[in-house]
Design a protein around this ligand. Structure first.
Ligand SMILES: [Fe+2]
Ligand SMILES: [Fe+2]
Length: 239
């Protein structure tokens, strides 16, 4: 059974741990008139995630299945959700829809351009294109403007049995994990690119109050500062 915690108003973190590597995989369910799940999750975790979603809503009422980039932990079980929820639609960047999702998924995606918004009832989301950040040229992150929650995918990845939400040094944890990964197959999970700093600055300017992190604790506090610091850590480590 996954662990479920509310990390922001109406935003629930459904955590499944991949024990072999000591890494949390977090999926975020947002309750609203049109419920949204950010990160469909791995096929192998579908049963656990479904158990979690079923504790919060009737899963057949799911409307949006969003994700950052085309990768199995982001969208491997997308079609299972689309089969379960008849009105559900994939939600991703317009590039992601064009490149992969509209070929892979059993229903077409709502592909969103940079800055485009979507209202689901009481909440309004904006997709930000973030090419190659955290990875994949189709990558984007989703910002919920009403509560100030940034669904930031693999940014701030860190390992271990960590708490659902923290206000402490998430950048230090991400730096330690990045350094520890240097001798592993995950060494370059995030690339250093000349465009990187500008993308992080753009995300920092959103002034998010909470960041929903896929792997590790979510963060509440000065998200803009943390994003700028993470950019510097990546440049120092990989640049
Ligand atoms: Fe990823
Ligand atoms: Fe991931």
């Amino acid at each position: 059974m996954p662990r479920i915690d509310e990390i922001a108003d109406g935003v629930y973190r459904i955590c499944v741990v991949y024990e072999d590597i000591g890494l949390q995989f977090n999926h975020f369910l947002v309750k609203d008139d049109e419920p949204l799940l950010f990160h469909a999750g791995l096929n192998a975790m579908f049963g656990d995630i479904l158990d979690g979603v079923s504790k919060l809503i009737d899963p057949s009422t799911l409307k949006w299945v969003g994700f950052s980039h085309f990768e199995s932990d982001e969208c491997g079980s997308l079609n299972k959700w689309l089969e379960l929820a008849p009105r559900a639609e994939p939600l991703c960047t317009s590039l992601g829809a064009m490149l992969s999702v509209n070929d892979f998924a059993i229903r077409p995606a709502r592909g969103m351009n940079d800055g485009e918004t979507l209202t689901t009832g009481s909440k309004t989301y904006r997709f930000c294109s973030t090419a190659h950040i955290p990875h994949g040229w189709d990558a984007g992150v989703l910002f919920e403007e009403t509560e100030g929650t940034l669904f930031c995918s693999d940014l701030f990845t860190h390992f271990g049995e960590v708490e659902p939400l923290t206000g402490s040094d998430i950048v230090g944890r991400a730096k330690d994990s990045l350094l520890n990964m240097q001798q592993s197959p995950f060494a370059y999970y995030i690339p250093y690119t000349p465009q990187m700093k500008g993308i992080f600055d753009k995300l920092a300017a959103l002034d998010a109050k909470t960041m929903a992190v896929m792997h590790g604790s979510s963060f509440t506090g000065d998200c803009g500062k943390a994003l700028v610091e993470l950019s510097s850590v990546i440049e120092e480590t990989l640049g």
